[in-house]
Design a protein around this ligand. Sequence first.
Ligand code: 6LW
Length: 515
Amino acid sequence: MTLVRNPILPGCHPDPSICRVDGEYFVVTSSFEYLPGLPIHRSTDLARWELIGHAVDRPGMLDMAGMASSSGLYAPTLRHHDGLFWVICTLVDQNDPARGGNFVITATDPAGPWSEPTWLGADGIDPSLFFDDDGRAWVQGTRLARSPQWHDQTEIWLREFDPEARALTGPEHVIWRGALIGAVWAEGPHLYKVDGRYHLVAAEGGTEMHHAVSVARADAVTGPYVGNPANPVLSHRQLGRTADVVAVGHADLVQAADDSWWAVLLGMRPYGGLHANLGRETFLVPVEWEDGWPVFAPGEGRVPDQVEVPFAGEGRQERSATIAPDDGRWTSVRALPGEVADAVDGEWLLPIRPEGPTDPQPFAFLGVRQQHPDLDFTLRLSGRLAPGEETGLLIRQSERDHVRLAVLGGGEADAARITATLVRAGESAEQGTITLTGPLAEGVELTCRARGQDYELLAGVEGSQPLRVATVDGTSLDSFSSGGFLGLWLGAYATSVAAETDSVIRVARVEYHPR
Ligand code: 6LW
């Protein structure tokens, strides 16, 4: 028996979906505008999770150029059927509903390669796939209700799916609008057949403070679905803002090899007030069936800090502090790391681009998720900067909300100007500036020391103590403040601010130390 600590996937890993194949569990999560997209984690015991790949990891699979932050890949579902892994997901452009849509991809190995997307021609978000044991398959999804009677509410639709043709067939059935009176955002549906009955697990209340899990069941897959009188069966909405974990919902069930049941779901851990800089994370909850209904966290009714998993092994997954270019954690924005940079001799070469952190475009950025409230993140940047060019460390929520610790081009050869800027709702505010002297040709080492909501930013050169540039308040960066869907990313960026350039930045010695 081992106690598994929640969250099982810290940092921005929302909308988890899980499936089991023999003794292995696989979880996929949303990734929005970051690529590679749809990270896939594997575990043999629900305790130790390893990132094995991404379902969207090739140039040209999806086009995200021009999509504003918090667009991109939403709420995927992962299933295994007849020797194939299936991911069904939505590409969303928040500003252009005509772009993207629902698609399926498949793989024989969840680490990839995954197929090219097949577009389903269905609108809405949060699609799920259900393979019935009678040989038929069904897609459930979420969209705004069409009838004026349900104005501003969502509904869960169901249509048959032909896996051979990879196409929706037959009529649409609206099967659920949420359990609560006037429920908003019934979404994230998943169907299961247990003891011959169809069970629908869905989120409602919106993905923040009122988020909740509800269940309904039916004798036929098309309904009618009757809600559990105990709905919502799991929520932290009643715990208020001071709870350790808030915004709990969007669950997916899995039955373990020993027949026990579990759910993965998302939640947020605020700190320094109602601010969740790590975003929506993936948690594990035990499930038991009573009177034909799933009971989440039985006897407790809330997401536990630690979960007893009888078959879990000992020891925690250790991750190296050094993040080399071949590390699976690297992402870029609206482009793959390999499309904006080249890995050479254990370092990244990052060509400067005209686009920068404030543009809704791919730009010269390489970053990883912030997964701990307290951490030291360091990188070394070298290369010649022309006047007007800059490179630096970026703490990113979006193009409108981020922090830049920038080395500015165009100064004296033996002195570098370093400046810290907080961008909040699109408005820039300088937080501090220093001038650094010393062996600059060797590169500048930039450090972010996050201690809760204080992000201390430092710059230094080889052989001397780093200097503090500023300590920035991080409370405007999280999704509660900024309105986005994501947690924060930390990384290296470079921009020539609209000018064409041949400059290249070398990014080396990237380290992430949880404290
Ligand atoms: C996800 C949906 C949601 O698709 O957030 O508010 C979306 N609800 O379930 C992005 O994670």
